[in-house]
Design a protein around this ligand. Structure first.
Ligand SMILES: Cc1ncc(COP(=O)(O)O)c(C=O)c1O
Length: 397
């Protein structure tokens, strides 16, 4: 069968693939410890569920405006003002089916064939695929691995050419947990303005920071704010991944109109019931976010200790955000683990799932094939159990 050219090399998200394999083992009755999940293991706050039920009972079950429910856009604007001190009018906000669609809408509106998007690596798995789906070319720029994956500003500037249109930032980062510092964001802002580039800033993990300050590039002055598309949503902070609500914010009315038009022909607005639930999440669920952040911090600290004690795992800097740890396994490449030779993180992840029944995500999908991503969206007890199993298999020879 002949498929369109754009599907060549396009594969389903590798993070979801690992999860699917682990779930298949679980269905066979195997007790798998999963460090592969990309969502909080907490339940959606009760008050949010009640809001959804209430919306249904009131018959709020029809289409909303494509751009999103006005009440939700107002709640987003209030939230941005309160938490990030950013004043955006509600009509500059486009609500979508998760932050994933918001990023796609932004890319689809801004780039096409011949255009380049600068993408620091490691990157979230969907960015390069979305850039290619939009017809543009991702230009992958390595980060400073030894300095905890902070931006390599010289490499970033060197990657800018006449076709560059966008720099894509993600802070806190999936998969590294790195929180970008104000100074490096200032440097990116200066670069973007000097070269007349857009910045898509994915801040979906912005509430999940531990002993670090989340800075949005949009906060660094009026000029850079005008060139920034800020992407956020309720998925991670409010444990609402399945509700599918995210948003993109831009000062530019033409860009907002284009993103809305794209969405109008693809999905229309997201679920009305989810939008009403998101209004309550933003306005009334802050306490749940704080509780979740405190628990994630306890787990983060323990996971960093456990990773550092694990033979063959190396972690340069402690991650300060999101819920991931991204150690190098370079020391294990070429050696024999559990009677099998390991050539890269893909091999190792497969082996760990089969031999230790521990699910981890190989770094290849994030642009670094000698690393593993481990998520601490799991209980401390399961974490201890998982690392006991890892230690018993990772006896290197
Ligand atoms: C960096 C990053 N951006 C965006 C998303 C997508 O979020 P949503 O569930 O709101 O589409 C994810 C989800 O894993 C993510 O890790």
């Amino acid at each position: 069968m002949r498929l369109a050219e754009r599907t060549e090399g396009l594969t389903a998200s590798p993070t979801m693939a690992v999860d699917a394999r682990a779930k298949a083992l679980v269905r066979q009755g195997v007790d798998v410890v999963s460090f592969s999940v990309g969502e909080p293991d907490f339940d959606t706050p009760e008050i949010v569920k009640e809001a959804a039920l209430d919306a249904m009972r009131r018959g709020r079950t029809k289409y909303t405006a494509v751009q999103g429910l006005p009440e939700l856009r107002e709640a987003v604007a209030e939230n941005l003002a309160e938490e990030l001190h950013l004043a955006y009018p509600p009509d500059r906000i486009v609500v979508s089916n998760g932050a994933k669609q918001s990023i796609f809408n932004a890319l689809f509106a801004l780039v096409g064939p011949g255009d380049e998007v600068i993408l620091p690596a490691p990157y979230w798995v969907s960015y390069p695929e979305q850039i290619r789906l939009a017809g543009a070319t991702p230009v992958i720029v390595p980060t400073d691995v030894a300095r905890g994956f902070h931006l390599d500003l010289e490499a970033l500037e060197a990657a800018i050419g006449p076709r560059t249109r966008v720099i894509l930032l993600n802070t806190p980062s999936n998969p590294t947990g790195t929180v970008l510092e104000r100074s490096e964001l200032e440097a990116v802002a200066e670069l973007a303005l000097r070269h007349d580039l857009w910045i898509i800033s994915d801040e979906i993990y912005r509430h999940l920071v531990f002993g670090a300050e989340h800075v949005s590039v949009a906060q660094l002055g009026d000029e850079v704010r005008a060139k920034t598309i800020l992407v956020d949503g309720v998925s991670k902070a409010y444990a609402m991944t399945g509700w599918r609500i995210g948003w993109a914010v831009s000062e530019d009315p033409a860009l907002v109109e284009a993103m809305t038009a794209i969405q109008s022909h693809l999905t229309s607005a997201p679920s009305t019931v989810s939008q009403w639930a998101a209004v309550v999440a933003l306005r009334q669920a802050r306490a749940s976010v704080d509780e979740m952040v405190a628990e994630f911090d306890r787990r983060r600290r323990r996971m960093v200790e456990l990773v550092r004690q694990t033979p063959g795992f190396e972690l340069a800097e402690e991650p300060r955000g999101a819920f991931y740890v991204f150690p190098s396994i370079r020391g294990l490449v070429g050696s024999e683990v559990g009677g099998r030779r390991v050539y890269d993180a893909d091999d190792l992840a497969e082996l760990l799932l089969e031999e230790a029944h521990v699910a981890v995500v190989p770094g290849s999908g994030f642009g670094l094939p000698e690393y593993l991503r481990l998520s601490y969206a799991t209980s401390l007890e399961r974490m201890e159990e998982g690392f006991r199993r890892l230690a018993s298999v990772l006896r290197v020879s």
